[in-house]
Design a protein around this ligand. Structure first.
Ligand code: ZN
Length: 452
């Protein structure tokens, strides 16, 4: 490694404000750290050297030099988190709806994610195609100062897709931008054509909805989703599914889809289904917080307060609808607990996902930490929960050099003041967030998002 020149060292402290920078001009050596790798393993008292935005080496690096040397005794270093199911652009600091959708708000949402320690987010079928692709190009051309944006082409029977409230908003964004968000699939021929068109544009993911919304919409027919999956597989695209019930998953896996964005984990999530999903290496996002947190007074949570305007804070305080600790149905808890146990026993792969932004008041970033907490409450080992949010999420999203704390991987890192394996709520105790080797200024991100 190159030795730090006195000038660089001086500049480092001068720019300092304590923010680490291991991009072109600098290197950082973390010493004596507890490391969560992201693949289900951990290391203790190791050193991690990063430079050029990449993890250069992990191990006992006595004698290595760097522009900044940080002792992490008592702290935990892990890959930054990834949210495998969100809907970006509609939720803004002071409201929710189509009128907020645009590049500026997308960026603000991703800045909020970075504040909460996330390096990438998958937006599931609610973004205008050309705007999304352009946003990705812009992001790839600049230093990463907020979470990476991934998105899918949304596909459903014509005129359908998201929940009825959200459907109205996506239609408004389509009208305002003149771009396509939802592609209607009337028959298998049309389905194949739409997948080909998405692939030609450069879109990497297809999101399909297989849900009749309690009878208010048509359910996507098997011959149509089979055509989607076959065409997508032939073209190297991944198909992620919003599915209505666990039994629907059996035929969808057989059709060749790659993952499920809503768990439907309960009594009818059978051992046979768990085994089928595990054998096909199809992931499941349990998505439990969306139902649960709407009954909780999350506005009283100091971890969320920095991103609540006065109105939201009021709305989310303790009320008849929202309690500090919502009453939980013990039978239902047990049912999900047993279903998760069946899935993990079969070797099933969990991915963290929140559905943040699909409805008002399910905030970005914050809900990811809450989701991990729910997994652990329902019996998922903390290590498995953290793997869902790092290595697994990266693998299923095709992020090849992300999600693991390993030599050669991007230095997207989270320094925590406590060990989340001891108490999963320690993911909240964020000391530093690094994206591509550069520490993000969390407080200035917060100010940009909230304007205060
Ligand atoms: Zn969703």
């Amino acid at each position: 490694m190159k030795k730090a020149s006195p000038i660089i060292a001086f500049l480092f402290f001068f720019w300092g404000t304590g923010l680490l920078n291991a991009q072109q001009n600098g290197s950082v050596l973390f010493q004596n750290s507890h490391v969560i790798v992201g693949d289900g393993s951990e290391l203790s008292a190791v050193d991690v050297l990063i430079a050029n935005g990449v993890i250069q080496s992990v191990g006992d690096l006595d004698g290595a030099s760097a522009d900044a040397v940080i002792d992490l005794t008592g702290k935990t270093l892990m890959p930054a988190l990834i949210d495998g199911h969100a809907h970006l652009g509609y939720q803004a600091y002071d409201g929710w709806g189509a009128e907020f959708y645009g590049e500026e708000n997308l960026r603000a949402n991703l800045e909020q994610y970075a504040y909460y320690g996330f390096s990438a987010v998958f937006s599931a079928g609610s973004d205008p195609d050309l705007l999304g692709l352009n946003f990705q190009l812009q992001q790839a051309a600049t230093d990463q100062s907020y979470a990476e944006f991934l998105f899918a082409a949304g596909m459903a029977p014509p005129g359908q897709g998201p929940n009825n409230q959200f459907l109205v908003e996506t239609a408004q964004v389509e009208a305002a931008t003149g771009m396509t968000i939802l592609r209607g699939l009337g028959d298998p021929v049309q389905a194949r054509a739409q997948v080909r068109e998405a692939a030609e544009l450069g879109i990497e993911f297809i999101k399909i909805w297989v849900d009749d919304r309690g009878g208010s919409q048509l359910k996507l027919a098997p011959e149509i989703y089979r055509a989607v999956a076959e065409e997508a597989n032939a073209l190297g695209l991944r198909v992620f599914v919003h599915q209505q019930t666990a039994p629907d998953m059996v035929d969808l896996i057989d059709a060749g889809v790659h993952g499920f964005l809503h768990g439907r984990i309960g009594d009818d999530f059978s051992a046979a289904l768990a085994g089928q999903a595990a054998n096909a290496d199809v992931f499941v996002v349990p998505n439990l917080g969306l139902g649960e947190l709407r009954r909780e007074a999350i506005g009283a949570d100091a971890f969320l307060v920095p991103f609540l305007d006065e109105e939201a804070a009021g709305r989310l305080r303790v009320s008849e609808q929202r309690l500090l600790t919502p009453v939980r149905d013990a039978g239902q808890e047990q049912s999900v607990r047993d279903g998760l146990a069946r899935f993990l026993a079969a070797g099933g792969q969990l991915v963290l996902g929140t559905d943040a932004g699909a409805v008002p008041d399910h905030p970005f970033g914050y809900t990811g930490h809450r989701e991990l907490e729910i997994y652990v409450r329902l019996g998922v080992p903390p290590m498995v929960a953290l793997q869902a949010a790092t290595g697994n999420a990266a693998r299923f999203l095709g992020l090849k050099d992300q999600g693991l704390l390993r030599t050669g991987y991007q230095a997207d890192l989270l320094v925590l003041d406590g060990d989340p394996l001891q108490d999963i709520r320690n993911t909240r105790r964020i000391d530093r967030v690094l994206l591509d080797g550069r520490e993000v200024d969390r407080e200035s991100l917060r100010r940009r998002v909230t304007g205060r």
